[in-house]
Design a protein. Structure first.
Lengths: 204, 261
């Protein structure tokens, strides 16, 4: 079975991603050094917190370049939550920041677009499948996943969104373009539906 | 559309899960990790753990549960996060940014700040800057004094003279991500939620509010969900003593057309 590297760039709780992969019996390792990436078949880019601080860490630790190289070899990458947002060209979270640029599009704030709904969106929301992708295998339409975010991704190509969700406005819950995958929710925190997504990613 | 959450709150005292009443009486219920696995199998939305140990040593003291003794909150969090695939919040005794980091690095998704935030409000900002607002839950224990909800700290012992609504606003401005309010008067009393204070708290902030304190039967969840806009309904004791209370609550809430998972 192929081995997944979980990128450690010093933000958030990546132990929970590792725990869920261990639970599923999927070979995985935490990757602390950017040059180690190339030895893996797939990588997961987790992340919580602020976009600006995260991309700075990725740059400083040399991950940005290595992740782009990894992607150019057509190897699968899964971004989770902020990790998904980092895959995009740019983000407007507290200013303007460049992302990894693996998916064309941008990251925008929910702010007044969602009227009186609480911010951040914290909790379980259902998804609607709007595309076909191996990562959606055995995931039922309308399944619930755990979301925690105040910003959302807007891919340039509509077809990049393969499942959407609704929080005052419709937004991309899961994206897939070629070898790049992203979930706005936390599959590692979404009980059995989330574990399905991780299993699908591991069997790509 | 987003679902509302039903959250069991578990109190840990010296490595054991305890039942709490009026913040002073604690009755041992069982082993932390076994309880966590039970809740995971009930497919709960989320779990909140509050460590209420006064003296910081952790010892299971009983070996009839067939698990290792846990000598630190770190190992407790680590073990729980291996068997739970839902969001985990840990609180109790957090005073410094290192305390926050320690919990998150061991597997907590969020932490709660209570006394620590009142003693040092900058801690809220520090934690939010390092881990994001979503990881910072402000836990507020309050008593009604002259018709006003007043914040109490130090296990509900110390009156801060601060109004709950003002403190909520302050925390929001400092970078908190969620508000957890708990009525001391109703803790373990099973006489229903404090609907009025909960409604006013929800109205006073943009942040999601989690309400706790007073659930005596499953109908109390329905009443709270119907009469307020809380993002999450939380309770402690009821989940320990009522057979299959969690799945039964979910069925009842959905039967009432309330938007739960």
């Amino acid at each position: 079975m192929s081995k997944i590297g979980v990128i450690n760039y010093g933000v958030g709780n990546l132990q929970s991603v590792k725990n869920s992969l261990d639970f599923l019996g999927i070979p995985n390792e935490i990757v602390d050094k950017s040059q180690e990436i190339s030895s893996f078949d797939k990588i997961i880019l987790p992340g919580v917190g602020a976009f600006g601080a995260a991309i700075k860490k990725l740059n400083d630790l040399g991950f940005t370049e290595e992740i782009r190289k990894f992607s150019s070899q057509n190897k699968p990458i899964l971004g989770i939550c902020l990790g998904m947002q980092l895959l995009f060209d740019e983000s407007y979270e507290h200013g303007h920041h460049q992302g990894l640029g693996l998916i064309k599009g941008r990251v925008l704030p929910f702010n007044e677009k969602i009227k009186n709904l609480p911010l951040p969106q914290i909790g379980w929301n259902n998804i609607t499948k709007v595309g076909v992708s191996p990562i959606l295998k055995n995931v039922e339409d309308n399944s619930c996943f755990y979301f925690v975010h105040s910003f959302y991704c807007e891919p340039e190509k509509k077809t990049a969104t393969i499942a959407s969700s609704d929080y005052g406005i419709k937004f991309a819950a899961i994206i897939n373009e070629n070898n790049i995958f992203g979930c706005q929710f936390h599959p590692e925190k979404s009980q059995s539906a989330g574990l399905h997504i991780l299993k699908n990613f591991s069997s790509l | 559309m987003i679902k509302r959450r039903l959250i069991p709150v578990l109190y840990i005292k010296n490595g054991l899960i305890v039942r709490s009443e009026g913040f002073s009486y604690h009755h041992n219920i069982g082993n932390v990790v076994k309880e966590a696995a039970r809740y995971n199998s009930w497919d709960v939305d989320e779990l909140i753990y509050i460590d209420i140990s006064r003296e910081k040593h952790y010892d299971l003291r009983r070996d009839d549960y067939n698990v290792n003794a846990y000598n630190s909150i770190g190992s407790i969090i680590k073990e729980i996060s291996k068997v739970c695939f839902m969001p985990l919040t840990f609180g109790g005794g957090i005073r410094t940014i290192d305390d926050v980091s320690f919990r998150i690095q061991n597997g907590a998704d969020k932490i709660t700040l209570n006394t620590g935030a009142l003693e040092n409000p900058k801690l809220i900002t520090q934690a939010a800057e390092r881990y994001g607002s979503q990881a910072v839950v402000i836990s507020i224990d309050y008593k009604i004094i002259e018709n006003q909800p007043i914040v109490f700290t130090d296990f509900g012992q110390k009156n801060t003279s601060k109004s709950v609504y003002n403190w909520v606003k302050e925390c929001e401005n400092l970078g908190a991500g969620e508000i957890f309010i708990n009525s001391i008067d109703r803790d373990g009393k099973a006489n229903g939620y404090d609907i009025e204070t909960i409604n006013k708290t929800v109205a006073s902030t943009k942040l999601p509010t989690i309400a706790c304190g007073g659930a005596g039967n499953l109908e109390d969840f329905v009443e709270l969900a119907k009469q307020t806009n809380v993002s999450a309904v939380a309770a402690g004791n009821i989940f320990h003593f009522t057979e299959l209370s969690y799945p039964r609550s979910k069925i009842l809430l959905k039967k009432n057309n309330l938007n739960f998972r």
